[in-house]
Write a protein that binds this ligand. Structure first.
Ligand SMILES: Cc1ncc(COP(=O)(O)O)c(C=O)c1O
Length: 401
């Protein structure tokens, strides 16, 4: 059977890992961790393009340019998104920066979701806006007409996340892809929150997808990494130049190995994250001390129908608001046992985060209030523990609110 015919549960475990014999006669079942920074070559080649070495053709010269462990991971990431190409970066942030560098020039215009990951928003404002003279329009992309209205002759990139953090807003990928096509601009989607297991933006018309592999893809909170995935050969060439030469921000062999290992259980983990998150969302929705629950899997979510249409699952992240103030919220957090207070998400362990004082503290109070990030809003990254233990812990802590 050809790998194109395999399902994601199989691709996640085996793709990219076969045929990587480290020594004659040795057939590893698991891809080896290739730590060598340099490789001896048989002879000189005056025609070699050192920026675009093809590892599949055995072209190895120096590990920043190509590395067998990273190459195996890149193959698996592309396969999971159903894409032609993938590149692994040193962080999600580096993957996003490279994609922006590949698609935007000084004087260009970008249309972006106003409700993006804080670091991406800062990158757009400071790196693109202040340093490169790029104009950025942040819009409420839950309504596609706002994206349409913000487009101009100078627009070269539309940048979206769906669902967003921490408000769990969605945008309609297919509808925005039509706008991008009409204006002939690149459409990028950060797919970190759902992973390729629950959403494939390229199949809905996006041109390029990025991931913070730090989150669900690696899934064990022990590696920082990022990925860019695309079907476009031209974009791939430019991104490979940036990854290897322009920025030198490729993923290390060790983190590539860790992420390959983590991805093997992505489908299993995602299904359990979702099952647990759904039960917790329903429990919180029925609790008197909770004023609202934001989870696209709930029928009460204003974009539940869109989530059901463009995603194949609702994911493991949800937010909720307590019927109390900052002090009451702090007391609730102090009473939890199974939810460490920590940023990041997507690991097997559950985490809780307080956006107003943690991830979104760089935003002004006015901006937080405008977006709906109150002092009693909390975000859960629901892990794969037994859900009864998670529910009891939340129930006990809620009794103090
Ligand atoms: C949606 C999203 N995109 C990108 C990033 C940045 O990823 P990294 O921390 O791997 O650089 C994050 C990090 O929290 C994120 O939540």
């Amino acid at each position: 059977m050809n790998d194109n015919e395999l399902l994601r549960e199989t691709l996640a475990v085996t793709h990219g890992e076969r045929g990587q014999a480290p020594a004659p006669g040795v057939e590893d079942v698991v891809v080896p961790l290739h730590l060598s920074s340099t490789y001896s070559i048989p002879d000189i080649d005056p025609d070699a393009d050192l920026e675009l070495l093809d590892p599949d053709a055995g072209e190895y010269l120096y590990s920043r340019l190509s590395n067998p462990t990273r190459n195996a991971l890149e193959h698996r990431l592309a396969a999971l998104e159903g894409a032609e190409h993938a590149l692994a970066f040193v962080s999600g942030t580096a993957a996003i920066a490279a994609t922006m560098m590949a698609t935007v020039q000084p004087g260009d215009h970008v249309v972006a979701f106003e409700d993006l990951y804080g670091g991406t928003k800062t990158m757009l404002n400071r790196l693109l806006g202040e340093k490169l003279g790029v104009e950025v329009s942040f819009v409420d992309a839950t309504d596609v007409s706002n994206v349409e209205e913000a487009m101009s002759e100078d627009t070269t990139l539309i940048w979206m996340e769906t669902p967003t953090n921490p408000l769990m807003h969605l945008c309609d990928i297919e509808a925005i892809a039509s706008v991008a096509d009409e204006w002939n601009v690149t459409f990028g989607v950060d797919n970190t929150f759902l992973s390729p297991y629950f959403q494939n933006p390229l199949s809905l018309g996006a041109d390029v997808v990025v991931h913070s592999t730090t989150k669900f893809l690696n899934g064990h909170s022990d590696s920082i990494g990022g990925a860019v995935v695309t079907d476009s050969d031209d974009l791939m060439d430019e991104l490979a130049f940036l990854q290897r030469v322009g920025m030198g921000s490729m993923l290390s062999p060790f983190d590539s190995y860790m992420t390959l290992r983590g991805i093997k259980t992505l489908p299993l983990r995602m299904r359990q994250h979702e099952e647990n998150a759904m039960e917790i969302a329903r429990f919180l929705e029925s609790h008197d001390a909770v004023t609202r629950v934001l989870y696209p899997g709930l029928e009460s979510h204003p974009q539940h129908e869109l989530a059901a249409r463009q995603q194949s699952g609702f994911g493991g992240v949800l937010s909720f608001e307590l019927d109390t103030d900052l002090d009451g919220t702090a007391e609730f957090l102090g009473n939890l046992r199974e939810f460490p207070l920590a940023v990041s998400l997507g690991g097997v362990e559950s985490l809780i985060e307080h956006p107003a004082t943690m991830t979104h503290s760089p935003l002004s109070l006015t901006e937080r209030e405008r977006l709906g990030i109150s002092n009693s809003l909390l975000r859960l990254s629901v892990g794969v523990e037994h859900v009864d233990d998670l529910l009891s812990d939340l129930d006990a802590a809620l009794s103090v609110v």
